[in-house]
Design a protein. Structure first.
Length: 542
């Protein structure tokens, strides 16, 4: 993200400590889909659940003695895996420990990671790797195979017992455990999906219990034991994944409907604007098997649906769009904003279509009419994606700039408002427009943007594309600065006469990421070479 999340916002998605039980049962605190998760303040299943597999968690427990012995021998890899899992726990818990709040306040970049609970993937990844270490330990001795088999039998029996108790005498106790700390509106989804959760317990419990029973039978055949356990572990993951209710509308992203093709042809290179309340409906459709909402979403061209169909969106889907979009969105959605100002925002977005909806997100799963609540408002942008202006004005304060930009006295067709970018010298403070903006020919190129014209005045080329750190520009082959224009967009100073401007997005984070990845690969290779030499040393001494 271009701008870090505020701590008060980010920490609202902190993993409740009890949700770590998801390592044993991914559906204990909810089913896939927003508002189907009842684990507390986390309301999205993807941020509150991680599941490496029941047998994988059991195998990881057997990695503990192996890690202790490796640590004593000076081998760092197993200890590194445990450290990674611990770091994942500390980050995911968010506001429940002082670690994440401190990092968010004092370490640059942590605010851009959005939600602390998303660090749960670190736990799952490291537990999965530890499972491999532990599985090797189990296969080393028959006594460990028996202990692991008894443990699997006990876990499977525990899940079967939980199923029996949750259906009968302990029903209220399970309900209280699962709904503790959950918002009141999640009680209804819990009642709706509780039976679906119960249906997963006997299947997964029986699988793990079967792994334990077969392990006891195959104690003297380690290779067969390994094959059986790996097969059941994979089956367990597939059974769990099968409950994720992938979209039933197969091919949803594979082809565009006639209505979508018509909108794409009408827009051409223009954008469409989807209000925030409608934009988020794409998330609410996640995890449903109902075909009607998916068809409705396709027709409405919501954020999560339109990307594959080549339709540009003014709000929500631009990969480089900083959170400054929200200031425009708030002004556009406000009833107090005059329609003339809303048209100006449409022009600056280069948007030709407005999608509005009276349908609220929580009503989507119950839709029956694909056209319900959809209204398409046409607009013809008059500024153009790339325009040459002879007038500009420099502001040092973004609030002042936004106020002037939205003032009825400002004409963006003649004057663009610039902000100095750190490390770049701004153009002169003021230059009055001598003539209206001149649209120029432009084309999108891989990872960039190109514009060219044969004649024109000296000034700035304004490109209605979101500015972000990492944009680089050349004018007639020479490097030049990329300034922030009209609060959200980009401008490049250009000379009089023929020009060819190329804008390319090359963020420094990408280069750093490549070098760090290469460094990591070299480090892994070095560890493997050191371990190989260490293991071969005793044989040489013999």
């Amino acid at each position: 993200k271009a701008v870090p999340y505020d701590a008060a916002v980010a920490l609202t998605r902190s993993l409740p400590p009890r949700t770590l039980l998801g390592l044993l049962d991914p559906f204990l605190f909810g089913f896939p889909g927003i508002d189907r998760f009842w684990g507390g303040e986390v309301v999205e299943f993807a941020f509150g659940t991680f599941y490496p597999g029941g047998l994988a968690v059991l195998a990881a427990a057997f990695a503990v003695p192996a890690c202790v012995r490796a640590w004593r021998r000076g081998e760092a890899v197993p200890a590194f895996l445990w450290a990674g899992a611990l770091v994942g726990v500390l980050l995911a818990l968010g506001r429940h420990t002082p670690v994440y709040p401190w990092l968010h306040e004092h370490v640059a970049g942590f605010g851009r990671s959005r939600w602390p609970s998303a660090a749960g993937y670190l736990i799952a990844v490291h537990v999965a790797a530890l499972a491999g270490v532990g599985f090797g330990e189990v296969l080393a001795e028959r006594a460990r195979i028996r202990r692991a088999s008894f443990a699997a039998l006990a876990i499977g029996t525990l899940l079967l017992s939980a199923w029996a108790l949750a259906r009968g005498p302990a029903s209220d106790a399970f309900r209280a455990l699962q709904l503790a700390g959950a918002p009141p509106y999640q009680a209804a989804p819990y009642e709706a999906f509780r039976d679906a959760w119960l249906a997963t317990l006997p299947v997964r419990g029986a699988q793990i219990a079967a792994a334990g029973a077969l392990g006891l039978i195959l104690t003297n055949a380690p290779r067969r034991f390994a094959l059986v356990w790996i097969a059941i572990l994979v089956l367990d993951l597939f059974v769990a994944a099968g409950r994720f209710e992938a979209p039933a509308a197969r091919g949803f992203y594979d082809h565009a409907s006639e209505s979508v093709v018509a909108i794409r042809n009408e827009l051409g290179d223009r954008r469409m604007f989807t209000p925030r309340t409608t934009d988020q409906l794409g998330n609410f459709l996640y995890g449903t098997k109902e075909l009607t909402p998916f068809e409705w979403a396709r027709n409405a061209m919501l954020c999560n649906a339109n990307g594959p169909f080549g339709i540009n969106q003014a709000n929500g889907c631009e990969p480089l769009g900083p959170r400054r979009h929200e200031a425009f969105t708030q002004a556009f959605d406000s009833d107090e904003t005059p329609w003339e100002i809303k048209e100006r925002l449409f022009d600056l977005w280069d948007a030709a279509l407005l999608v509005t909806s009276s349908v609220r997100p929580l009503e989507v799963p119950t839709l029956r009419n694909p056209d319900q609540g959809i209204e398409l408002s046409r607009h013809e942008p008059r500024l153009g994606r790339a325009t040459l202006l002879s007038g500009w004005k420099t502001h040092t304060d973004s609030r002042t700039l936004l106020a002037e930009l939205l003032s009825p006295r400002h004409d963006p067709g003649r004057l663009t408002l610039l902000e100095p970018v750190p490390g770049r010298a701004p153009p002169p403070a003021t230059a009055q427009a001598t003539e209206p903006a001149l649209p120029v020919h432009w084309e999108a190129v891989p990872n960039g943007f190109r514009a060219a014209w044969m004649s024109g005045p000296a000034g700035v080329l304004r490109v209605l594309q979101s500015w972000a750190p990492g944009w680089e520009a050349t004018v007639n082959g020479e490097r030049t600065a990329v300034h922030r224009a009209d609060f959200l967009f980009m401008a490049v100073p250009v000379p009089r006469g023929p020009c060819e401007v190329e804008l390319t997005y090359r963020p420094a984070s990408l280069r750093r990421g490549v070098w760090l990845s290469l460094l990591g690969l070299v480090g892994i290779g070095g560890c493997l070479l050191i371990e190989r030499r260490t293991n071969s040393l005793p044989s040489k001494l013999e």
